[in-house]
Design a protein around this ligand. Structure first.
Ligand code: NAD
Length: 500
């Protein structure tokens, strides 16, 4: 494959039919990092046609489940073999630290292994008692067909794997379209799938823009399922474009995630330190460019001053820089557009009355290297409230807003006051209270006295406008399966419904 042959269609690496290319930038210095093919409608149609042929007449959907699982396990082994290389690609492309890149590779390795085990264990049908010895009734699962997989820029390898692994496990074929901003680890993943032995056409990759590539996949009549992870505006466009063909749609969208801290969690020095430390991690890891980022701190009023002061002190000390440099704790934002968006949110918050406790600006060029990167200082905004845009909208940057409450009911009301519902946390030393609050939160993942962990065995997804459907867990496999009832009459006789 040469530098810009990043389309993989019907088993062949190629450049775009138009010959167009796109420069991928390194967000740490805004310099070109790689050149990829800029796929268009013609390439997308070719990829869908290849996936269609591979599904209708190729070997993959008819491959025994144990062999499909074995391929997923080979991919997991290859991911571990190339762990450092892939972590480096992810770090350079997204700006995240190298260590975060390694964590991502390990997590997706686990996801491939999980779906390999799950599909073998759950491959059997369900026999239904139809009430007669002459009837054999069985419910079986089959692959959906051609799956279009569209992913965002913040966790490119992880989001691709959460879709590719279950799609292949279930016997589907796919076309994947990574974000045009960070496509490189998906190209690497495709290479590993080929090396692991995936048949031609079963997995296809089109690098290119949301419109036309993603838009064409969403409307395409030969696509049976679309699984999309990204922002709410694009997600609604995907759903609208998919409607006329009534394809299955799974959406993993944004979040505006509350991190609720009760005073009793801070009663001891150790408890206080843990809650502050985890609030920092919740909000600022990957510079806040995380769908589940704990970007709304909702803290009990009696501990607010102490908590926010310590949080701001520690946030101001976060070391920014190129993610591959030792000692760097936070990388840059992914693009100039993302940086401009974050600056605009902070300005609007200040105009609406928020108080900047730390950050609130780009770091001085002398304070961060490379000086040309898209860096923004971790920012804590105090005295925020639910009418502010910065509290309501997903900023996707290193911005933590602070709101306060006095009662448990108030804490729950604030935490649920969002159109999203992806994730949230509650911190309390009172187990009964923590569980009570967790039960009332309208979010797809709720952490108690923790923030951010997830498990491949446990479903991930959102309530409200955070999406439709679930990834990971048994439901993450079920998304990629059709259910069929086969009713077999062992002693057929006329029914004589009609007299003639
Ligand atoms: P985005 O919506 O801008 O882009 C996501 C993908 O959609 C990209 O590949 C893009 O090219 C494509 N796209 C854009 N317009 C399209 C269209 N009209 N039709 C089809 N595809 C189109 O999102 P982003 O900025 O890349 O990613 C950030 C967003 O992703 C945030 O909102 C974040 O919360 C969300 N996200 C959600 C999860 C989750 O698990 N719920 C995980 C990661 C990111």
């Amino acid at each position: 494959m040469s530098a810009h042959e990043t389309l993989h269609i019907d088993g062949v690496w190629r450049s775009a039919a138009s010959g167009a290319t796109r420069e991928v930038l390194d967000p740490a210095d805004a310099q070109p990092l790689a050149l990829v093919a800029e796929g268009g409608t013609e390439d997308t149609d070719a990829a869908v046609a290849a996936a269609r042929r591979a599904f209708d007449s190729g070997p993959w959907p008819r491959t025994p489940v144990a062999e499909r699982a074995a391929l997923l396990r080979r991919v997991a082994d290859l991911l571990q073999r190339d762990r450092e290389d892939i972590a480096l690609i992810e770090s350079r492309d997204t700006g995240k630290t190298l260590e975060e890149g390694r964590v991502d590779v390990d997590d997706v390795t686990n996801a491939f292994r999980y779906f390999a085990d799950l599909v073998v264990n759950e491959s059997g049908g369900r026999v239904v008692d139809a009430g007669s010895p002459d009837i054999h009734s069985v419910v079986v699962h089959e692959p959906v067909g051609v799956c279009a997989l569209i992913t965002p820029w913040n966790y490119p390898l992880l989001q691709a794997s959460w879709k590719v692994a279950p799609a292949l496990a279930a016997g589907n074929t796919f076309v994947i379209k990574p974000s045009e901003i960070t496509p490189l680890s998906t190209v690497r993943l495709m290479e590993l799938l080929v090396e692991a032995g995936l048949p031609a056409g079963a997995g296809n990759l089109v690098t290119g823009a949301g419109d036309p590539v993603g838009a064409r996949l969403s409307e395409h009549p030969d696509v049976d399922l679309i699984s999309f992870t990204g922002g709410l505006p694009s997600g609604t466009r995907v759903m609208r474009a998919a409607a006329p063909t009534v394809k299955k749609v799974a959406l993993e969208l944004g979040g505006k995630n509350p991190n609720v801290v009760f005073a009793d969690a801070c009663a001891t020095d150790e408890g206080f330190d843990t809650a502050v430390d985890q609030a920092l991690n919740a909000a600022f890891i990957h510079s806040g460019q995380v769908c589940s980022a704990g970007s709304r701190l909702i803290v009990e009023e009696s501990v607010r001053d102490r908590f926010v002061a310590e949080l701001a002190r520690r946030a101001a000390r976060i070391t920014l820089g190129r993610g591959t440099e030792p000692g760097v704790e936070c990388g840059p934002l992914v693009s100039a557009a993302q940086l401009a968006k974050v600056e605009e949110y902070v300005a609007s918050a200040v105009a609406e009355g928020a108080e900047v406790r730390c950050g609130g600006a780009r770091p001085a060029p002398s304070a961060v290297r490379p000086a040309t990167g898209y860096f923004y200082a971790p920012t804590v905004l105090d005295y925020c409230h639910g009418a502010m845009r910065v509290v309501r909208e997903e900023t996707f940057g290193p911005i933590l807003t602070v709101e306060t409450f006095r009662t448990e009911d108030e804490a729950v009301a604030l935490a649920n006051d969002t159109e999203y519902g992806l994730a949230g946390a509650v911190w309390s030393a009172d187990t009964a209270r923590a569980r009570r609050v967790a039960a009332r939160l309208r979010h797809g993942t709720v952490w108690i006295n923790d923030y951010h962990p997830y498990l491949p065995q446990a479903e991930w997804g959102g309530f409200g406008k955070s999406g439709i459907g679930r990834e990971l867990g048994p439901s993450g496999l079920a998304e990629y399966r059709e259910t069929k009832h086969v009713y077999e009459n062992l002693a057929p006789r006329p029914v004589r419904w009609f007299a003639g």
